[in-house]
Design a protein around this ligand. Structure first.
Ligand SMILES: [Ca+2]
Ligand SMILES: [Ca+2]
Length: 90
């Protein structure tokens, strides 16, 4: 299932949707997305250069600089993906 659906760019992600997205890709269940998990998320959505994109998105959205995307930072991540690549999560 493609959840970074480019056809629904006008929709604004809701809090529950962000949480759902996080849980979907949080493979080790620590409640946050690592670069590896982010890379997998992009790759499974069919994006090229998923590793590079994951790094870009992480660097942009990781506000507290811990190297992970938390639930609070998901909004920024999704916004970044939308603005940069026209992808949206919902
Ligand atoms: Ca995780
Ligand atoms: Ca963070």
């Amino acid at each position: 299932m493609a959840i970074w659906n480019p056809k629904s760019v006008n929709l604004r992600p809701k809090k529950e949707q962000l949480k759902d997205l996080l849980e979907r890709y949080d493979k080790n269940g620590d409640g946050r997305l690592s670069w590896k998990e982010l890379r997998e998320a992009f790759r499974s959505s069919g994006l090229n250069f998923s590793g590079w994109r994951a790094w870009q998105a992480l660097r942009h959205a990781d506000e507290n600089g811990d190297g992970y995307i938390s639930e609070e930072e998901m909004g920024k991540l999704v916004k970044f993906a939308k603005n940069q690549w026209g992808f949206t999560a919902c």
